[in-house]
Design a protein around this ligand. Sequence first.
Ligand SMILES: *Cc1c(COP(=O)(O)O)cnc(C)c1O
Length: 361
Amino acid sequence: MYNRIYNFSAGPSMLPLPVLEQARDDMMNYQGSGMSVMEMSHRSKVYDAIIKQAEADLREVMNIPDNYKVMFLQGGASMQFANVAMNIMKTGKADYIVTGQFSGKAYKEAQKFGDAHLAATTKEENFTRIPRQEELDLRPDADYVHICFNNTIFGTKWDYIPDTGDVPLVADMSSCILSEPVDVTKFGLIYAGAQKNVAPAGLTIVIAREDLLREDLDKAVPTMCNYATMAENESMYNTPPCYPIYICGLVLNWIKNLGGLEAMKKINEDKAAMLYDCLENSKLFSNPNDKASRSMMNVTFRAEDDEINAKFVKEATAAGFANIKGHRSVGGMRASIYNAMPTEGVAALCEFIKKFEAENL
Ligand SMILES: *Cc1c(COP(=O)(O)O)cnc(C)c1O
């Protein structure tokens, strides 16, 4: 009806069609307010209801306990690389597990603020797997352990939650938040840029255990980077990213209507299984990662011959499969199949892979 194509972009990425339609219907006059959500004061009563409902729905959908604060911030996940260090590095020691590019960036940023220790990495294996518990060199006196739960570029995901003892676990969930249930109580802090699975770019969600937040940070820490201040002001210390928060609310409503995160997980598992099965049966393409560490959201694949990879990207793009080229650091292809990618999109891609293979093998 709209001539939409299947967009496999790693982010910003597809949004659910019913969400876009609702946003369209609300665009000119939101619920009789006479204006668009984009145009209203963030201090207005009508907007207050939007942000409060979005937080309530996030708490309900993710089953977030009351002793956790929810913050709607800006700056992206990349800003949190610094914010986490500035806020949670109380004694100046933190452990980092590097499983890809973003966790590497977080580790590097933390070194500006204190003693960031590399507790494990799979860099030597080109990040094709998640390290096992016994490989983690964790320090019992660290202020936190940082991981990236789903590695967007390399297409791997933690298949277990590492045991960090009494040390709080901090996780970047930018590319897997809301894709399946997670036990929030296992984490001290979770953060996620919204543009992959939650909303348009501009919103960053931070979920933090109350006892980890403190006002008495180093004097040089900007007020805008102080989680305690942001939480105390209910994300309204300054103007929040109003429109992405509103879309986040619509997305949460869409997930609730599907049956919540258990139902979402089932759909995502089925989509990922379909694509991984297709790759396992392929004589041309393969996925380089350990089976246990496979991402449900970002599926990488490639042929041995780079000319074939380039040909595939060109023909797939022409056939309406957008943004299928792999990240420059990995090569080959990557299909990001977030919540909003319909099952038909994955099925169509599998058909295309088979057709391409028949023509090129
Ligand atoms: C996309 C992504 C980031 C970067 O997010 P920005 O919002 O652009 O800063 C960080 N971590 C992960 C896991 C990502 O997927």
